[in-house]
Design a protein. Structure first.
Length: 757
């Protein structure tokens, strides 16, 4: 049993609590394109009373919005999208019982000509949304069937993204690996905000980010701004909501997945707010998996303080932390055991300033850390050890200047000073790609500093489009390499309902700390480099139909390759069951991914909505043997069908069906596997076979009860409804001397109760 195989499998039922607004007044409605009358997705709707901003909310995929917690009186409501002008304000009076109003906001995509000093939080970049790029609200994450109310699992079902397996929330973006995704929460870069996270990866068993605190979350799968520069495949940009106006509110919940609670309070006159959230699992009472007795526990907490200073400045403090423990013993009486614990934390401060209508700035400072202590035992003998600490100290400064002769400008600089200190021991480490074994023992402590600077300009392309062009300079402290990464992206409106998008650019990232520490020479590896092209079209056919299609081409170089497996590029590392200790690496691997992603959204009636997305990816890899082969993350066909039915305000139902064509895998060499008594791959047939296709159906029903100021939701979910046997991988059975399939989750029942008071 290898220490690197510490992976918590089969997380079955998680109870989460999402507050339901029950405020005195609310306003809802739809933002529509003034020409086509199609709903405008992703627009920001601002509700003001005089100069004071009471609420800022985002529209959903159909252009709908709702803002609650408003006092009685007169308001103005306006909508905007990044880089485009705000709509004319609409006046509305909130009076009567119930205190509510519904409005329709006509909106025209005209280039922005003035800024507003009342924006509550400045954006970290100026993105041009991709045709198939998803945007999710906290409510959508919560109601997503099969997502376990996990932000990243909800992203797994979106165009351009694939899952590695049922047990984890890794994001595999357009053929990329699980190490290639940047996560930013309210402007703070979070290396891996997940429970039971894989070392070096960006995923795990369950997200630490409570979905009930998410305002809006987007994932850019290509062509993202030079303001993001740490990863090559995607950026998950997550905005947390402030506390709702009014008195102190609370929430509590309980279920087989754990217990959680939340408190929030908003200061008078929009001066600020605070939120505290905490959760503790109870999985150790019910959790058993695949012949081994697995006892996992986790807990997490989040604190957010938001404070306005004067009329032009806003300060935010954010803290996120979590602890995981796991004990694995052989239920069949064997002597192998694993014991481990991990602490993960992030603390930061952000300061936004509006100096004038043309100039604004953002300062961000944060500290992120992970402490790991894991050991594996063969009886009383320690045969594996992973004790480590890594710390990131980050500073970032952005300045925006609008209406210059060179367009709207973004200037920025960032510094990251990181330290890792590892004590690694792994006896008899082997990979099925090689019959050889090796012992890894490393005590490695290093400190390096990365620095970057970037500039970006967004300027009009006639009156119907815009171009964003920029360049990013990075100095990588470990390798001593300085690189330049130019990027450009443009969109253009054709007619009343069609938008064209195109992008090109360079993206780079360093290798994970655990890989640097596994062998001293690994720290000097040059960063992974990815050259990317893409483009597509989105079309609104009236208010009921939206179509988005985007093609891409990604060519990555300097990808690490294990010298013991020269034909195997580590594109599936951290999302499988291989040891995180990789030994000596050479950055000679190449990966080429190309394909298309598409989505069709349908509003079949006021109560019924549906969406279909489809992806086709071709992914090849070239190792040190200079032979191009199919990569493990190649997905020839991937499709999802979703439907959501909401006949009234108090209950809803949703379903999601997923299909993935069989991914490539390498068959075993029977003679060598029998000889060595363990799995050994056939090196002449790397990724030559395909798993059988994966598919499953998930369904969920939510029911809401309201009495006075207290609301409760009862939800029931069934994942893999028809109990499909989906193969996770093959193991070598030493008794039968044949491959043995290991299956993913069977039919899984989930339920819970949420209460707000």
């Amino acid at each position: 049993m290898m220490l690197g195989a510490v992976s918590v499998l089969g997380l079955a039922a998680f109870l989460q609590v999402v507050p339901q607004a029950a405020e005195p007044c609310r306003v809802s409605g739809t933002v529509i394109d003034s020409a086509s009358r199609a709903g405008v997705a992703g627009a920001q709707v601002v509700v003001r009373q005089g100069p004071k901003t009471h609420a800022t909310v985002a529209t959903d995929g159909e252009g709908r919005f709702e803002a609650g917690g408003l006092p009685r009186g007169g308001f103005t409501i306006a909508a905007s999208t990044p880089g485009f002008a705000e709509s004319p304000a609409i006046a509305v009076e909130l009076t009567g019982t119930p205190c509510a109003a519904t409005v329709e906001i006509p909106y025209r995509l005209a280039m922005q000509t003035e800024s507003r000093a009342s924006i509550p939080r400045l954006p970290d970049a100026t993105p041009i949304a991709s045709p198939a790029a998803p945007m999710l609200t906290g409510a959508q994450i919560t109601a997503s069937p099969g997502a376990l109310e996990d932000l990243f699992r909800a992203f797994q079902a979106q165009p351009g993204v694939a899952a590695s397996q049922d047990n984890r929330n890794d994001l595999l973006v357009r053929g990329g690996s699980a190490i290639e995704n940047q996560i930013r929460i309210d402007g703070f870069d979070a290396p891996n905000p997940n429970h039971f996270g894989a070392q070096g990866g960006t995923g795990g068993g369950l997200s630490m980010i409570p979905p009930w605190l998410v305002d809006v979350a987007t994932i850019e799968t290509g062509g993202f701004s030079v303001g993001f520069g740490e990863k090559v495949s995607s950026v998950a940009d997550i905005s947390l909501r402030p506390a709702r106006p009014g008195q102190t509110r609370g929430m509590a919940g309980f279920g087989v997945g754990g217990a959680m609670g939340e408190l929030e309070h908003s200061l008078a006159d929009d001066k600020g707010s605070w939120i505290v959230s905490a959760r503790r699992s109870l999985l150790e009472l019910t959790f058993h998996e695949q012949g081994d007795e697995v006892v996992p526990t986790y807990s997490d907490a989040l604190v957010r303080v938001d404070r306005r200073i004067g009329v032009a400045h806003r300060l935010e403090l954010l803290g996120i932390g979590g602890k995981d423990t796991v004990d694995v013993t052989d239920a069949n009486g064997g002597s192998d055991t694993i014991k481990g614990s991990e602490w993960v934390g992030l603390a930061g401060i952000r300061f936004d300033s509006h100096w004038s209508n043309e100039t604004s700035s953002t300062l961000v400072a944060s500290v992120g850390t992970a402490l790991l202590d894991g050991q594996s035992f063969n009886g009383t003998v320690v045969d594996g050890r992973d004790r480590g600490r890594d710390v990131d100290i980050r500073f970032r400064a952005d300045v925006r200047r609008r209406k210059t002769p060179f367009g709207d400008l973004l200037f920025g600089a960032a510094v990251k000073r990181y330290t890792y200190d590892y004590d690694l021991l792994a006896n008899g480490v082997w990979t099925p790609y090689s019959a050889a074994k090796q012992n890894i023992a490393a005590k490695n402590a290093e400190t390096f500093t990365d620095a970057s600077a970037y500039v970006e300009s967004t300027f009009p392309l006639t009156r119907r489009g815009r171009v964003t062009a920029g360049v990013r300079l990075d100095h990588w402290g470990a390798s001593g390499v300085t690189t330049g990464s130019p990027r450009i992206k443009a969109d253009f409106l054709v007619g009343r309902s069609t938008r064209l998008v195109a992008y090109s650019g360079m993206y780079r990232q360093g290798i994970p700390y655990i890989w640097q520490a596994s062998a001293e020479q690994n720290a000097s590896l040059a960063p992974i480099t990815s050259k990317q092209y893409g483009g597509g079209v989105d079309v609104d056919l009236g208010r009921a139909v939206h179509i988005g299609v985007e093609g891409f081409d990604k060519q990555s170089h300097n990808f690490p390759v294990d010298v013991l497996a020269p034909g195997h590029v580590l594109v599936n590392a951290t999302s499988d069951f291989e040891s995180p200790f990789v030994g000596t690496l050479i950055g000679g691997g190449n990966v080429h991914a190309r394909g298309l992603d598409s989505i069709l959204s349908l509003k079949l009636s006021r109560k019924l909505q549906a969406a279909v997305n489809y992806s086709h990816w071709l992914v090849d890899q070239e190792g040190l043997d200079n032979v191009w082969r199919r990569a493990e993350n190649e997905i020839l066909h991937q499709a999802r069908l979703e439907a959501f039915y909401a006949p009234g305000a108090h209950w809803s139902a949703g379903m999601r069906w997923r299909y993935v064509s069989g991914k490539p895998y390498t068959p075993f060499d029977p003679k060598l596997s029998i000889k060595y008594g363990r799995a050994v791959y056939d090196q002449t047939r790397i990724n030559a076979l395909d798993y059988v296709p994966y598919h499953r159906l998930d369904a969920r029903v939510d029911k809401t009860f309201v009495k006075g100021r207290t609301s409760a939701i009862i939800y029931v979910e069934v994942d893999n409804l028809y109990n499909r046997d989906n193969i996770l991988l093959y193991q070598w059975n030493r008794t039968t001397k044949l491959p043995k399939p290991v299956y993913q989750w069977g039919r899984t029942y989930i339920g819970g109760v949420r209460i707000e008071f």
